[in-house]
Design a protein around this ligand. Structure first.
Ligand SMILES: [Zn+2]
Length: 417
């Protein structure tokens, strides 16, 4: 029997995912915001499973679950997250955690397999209290002051209070021991339709897009909506609307094949029906995996603002309020996932960027990191109807575990026969 043969127990993977789905169930999905009772219960559920995989489990001082191994040899860090968006799906996060658990159960107990899988469930990937707080804490990127300031964006609860109520106050936060891991592997549902539309089963993630955000402000003149003649107006709201349309007209000639842009929020000041807005503001976001494309589009945005301001009657200012370099996934890890797909999924894989953010982009700053996607039915996610065919979940687990074995053996190529 070839040594890459998978011993994944598909029924066990599905049973574990359904067990997590039952904790905080909402319709066919879950409602499991960070530090809610069902989220905490899910963390404890995982810590009770990890010893089955030969791992010592702990929940650290920011709510990360970590399973560490004393098996000699190389160690691969594997995981995802357990909390959900509000009233959302059952697979976003848990899929990657259960794949990691299954890989650990299969590989750590096998004396013939070199090395071990260490499992992580990163806290608050969904950003209820901040931005990737759990994984950023693990790489040393979160201060105590950051935690003091963090509040739940829905209910306003302070993170300190949430940690105390969860019994986690005063615990130390686990920090990555440099050099301990050969890298990090995360599986996730695609949350889009590329795999489903192409009939493929595995997405080999090439990069996680960077997100750039801008505050674009329009300054005109506030005045009476009844007495100010049309020709005399300096309507900042109208200038904003025209600018939005101009972006959609001009960006396509300068963007990349997968660039996306969104005007996510508009505010008019003072925002009353009988007052011409004196100022207006929009929050505008661009995502791409190529910083050169972003630079080009930002340049275009600024030159459009200069043109509009010169032409009048309103002036436009562009302020960059968030930059995020794209995370490039490790090339040899991508090869290992592709080789595993060839071995156990008839090669039904495709290389693709991730348009959504994931903890892997944080881990990628300190170690080689990679991701694989499984299909999402209808591309739906962040909604309780989110789902994946059970056969696809099992295929994904088999590819994942096979890729883990290849990575622990030392290269993405030595397993392909
Ligand atoms: Zn997720």
């Amino acid at each position: 029997m070839p040594d890459h043969h998978s011993h994944v127990d598909g029924a066990r993977v599905l049973a574990d995912l359904h067990a997590l789905r039952a904790i905080g169930a909402y319709k066919t999905g879950v409602h499991k915001p960070t530090f809610s009772e069902p989220h905490i219960r899910s963390l404890h559920w995982l810590t009770e499973r990890l010893p089955e995989a030969g791992l010592t489990a702990e929940i650290d001082g920011i709510g990360n679950v970590l399973g560490t191994s004393s098996k000699p040899g190389p160690k691969l860090l594997a995981g995802s997250h357990l909390e959900s968006q509000n009233y959302a799906g059952w697979l976003d996060g848990p899929l990657g955690v259960i794949y990691a658990l299954e890989a650990a159960r299969v590989i750590n107990a096998d004396p013939a397999a070199p090395g071990a899988i260490e499992v992580a469930a990163w806290c608050d990937e969904e950003g209820h209290f901040g931005s990737f707080l759990g994984s950023r804490s693990y790489i040393g990127g979160v201060t105590e002051a950051d935690i003091d300031a963090a509040r739940d964006r829905t209910g306003g609860r302070a993170m300190r209070d949430a940690l105390r109520e969860a019994g986690l106050a005063g615990r130390t936060r686990a920090v990555c021991e440099r050099g301990r891991h050969i890298g990090y592997l995360e599986a996730h549902i695609e949350q889009g339709q590329t795999l489903e539309d192409s009939g493929l089963k595995i997405g080999v993630v090439t990069s996680i897009v960077g997100i750039w955000q801008y505050r674009i402000t329009f300054t005109g003149e506030q005045n009476h909506a009844g007495t100010t003649r049309m020709a005399d107006r300096k309507d900042a709201g109208l200038a904003l609307a025209r600018f939005c349309v101009a972006i959609d007209d001009r960006f396509p000639a300068h963007c990349g094949p997968r660039t996306v842009w969104t005007n996510g929020r508009i505010a008019l000041d003072p925002g009353a029906p009988s007052i011409i807005p004196g100022s207006a503001e929009m929050l505008f976001q661009i995502r791409d995996d190529d910083p050169a494309v972003i630079a080009r589009l930002e340049g275009l945005l600024r030159s459009m603002a200069v043109e509009v301001s010169a032409h009048g009657p309103c002036t436009v200012g562009v302020e960059c309020i968030r930059t995020g370099a794209p995370a490039i996934m490790d090339a040899s890890f991508q090869s290992a996932i592709e080789a595993a797909s060839t071995a156990v999924a008839c090669g039904k894989s495709i290389r693709m960027p991730s348009g959504a953010g994931h903890d892997a982009q944080v881990l990628a700053t300190v170690m080689p990191a990679a991701m694989l996607f499984v299909p999402s039915i209808g591309g739906i996610s962040h909604h309780w109807t989110e789902n994946t065919e059970e056969a696809d979940i099992v295929t994904g687990a088999e590819v994942y575990v096979d890729a883990c074995r290849r990575l622990l053996r030392g290269s993405g190529h030595d397993g392909s026969r």
